[in-house]
Design a protein around this ligand. Structure first.
Ligand code: ADP
Ligand code: MG
Length: 256
């Protein structure tokens, strides 16, 4: 697969693509996102790390509007996120999301899992959708599993299908929320390899992960969150060798 096919947004690299400005989110009394300002540029790979409960998942979920925000603005490619209807469905296609749990449809084949969105949301013809799906499944290394059902695949294979499914929608940005946390150790690398490949192809990515090897090799920038706020952000080299905040030092001391 060519870079063009997997990274339709590679033109305009470096321009702002996802912009969060003054974003506030509460869950009742809990201030889950505190005045978040974050600009992710086209082609950039941003790794978000931080302790459990710091708001990483909530941050991801606001970007495809699985969560609403109380204050502030979020734009994708210069447009505010749509609130509802067809526009919201289109947004969810443009913001590909891969979760910890693979969330494949259990009663559909691997191929059907990948073609469903393009046919329903993008209005693609079945044959074209299947051709593209097979290419993507090949690309993530599960081309020979297309006719199987999710339960017949390993966790690592299912997660790679989940990535192919998101890519089939030709997203502008891919969000990964701890995509390898539920995997057995021997399967983590095969998923990270696909993500590294995607990053090298120029995909814009926001990745929540505890895989510091991935952050070091693939991230353009590391964003460290604690208690709902962005505490510090830097290049991976700087962040890992020379964290400036006590919170980050403390966190790195525990995980490295
Ligand atoms: P992280 O992904 O960094 O572990 P989360 O974004 O999942 O953190 O959660 C941030 C905080 O918001 C946590 O205290 C969590 O319990 C709380 N939270 C998340 N989602 C909800 C929700 N739907 N309702 C109430 N509280 C929530
Ligand atoms: Mg989380």
């Amino acid at each position: 697969m060519t870079a063009q096919e997997t990274a339709p947004v590679s033109a305009g690299r470096g321009e702002p693509l996802v912009v969060l400005s003054g974003v506030q989110k509460h869950f009742g009394q809990l201030h889950a996102l505190k005045d978040i300002d974050l600009t992710v540029t086209r082609g950039e790979v941003v790794v978000v790390i931080g302790p459990s409960g710091s708001g990483k998942s909530t941050l991801c979920r606001t970007i495809n509007r699985l969560e609403t925000i109380d204050e502030g603005t979020i734009t994708l490619d210069g447009q505010p996120l749509p609130a509802e209807g067809k526009e919201l469905a289109a947004l969810r296609a443009e913001v590909g999301m891969v979760f910890q749990s693979f969330n494949l449809f259990a009663h559909k084949t691997i191929l059907e899992n990948v073609t469903l969105g393009p046919i329903k949301v993008r209005g693609m013809k079945k044959e074209a959708a299947e051709k593209k799906a097979r290419e993507l499944l090949e690309r993530v290394g599960v081309g020979h599993q297309a006719e199987k059902y999710p339960a017949q695949l390993s966790g690592g294979q299912q997660q790679r299908v989940a990535i192919a499914r998101a890519l089939a929608m030709e997203p502008k940005v891919m969000l990964f929320d701890e995509p390898t946390s539920a995997l057995d150790p021997e399967m983590i690398k095969e998923v990270l390899d696909v993500m590294v490949d995607l990053a090298e192809q120029g995909m814009t990515m926001i990745v929540v992960t505890h895989e510091m090897g991935f952050a070091r090799t693939a991230a353009d920038r590391v964003v460290f969150m604690a208690d709902g706020a962005i505490v510090e952000e830097n290049t991976p080299e700087e962040f890992f060798t020379n964290p400036s905040s006590d919170r980050a030092k403390d966190f790195l001391g525990k995980i490295l």
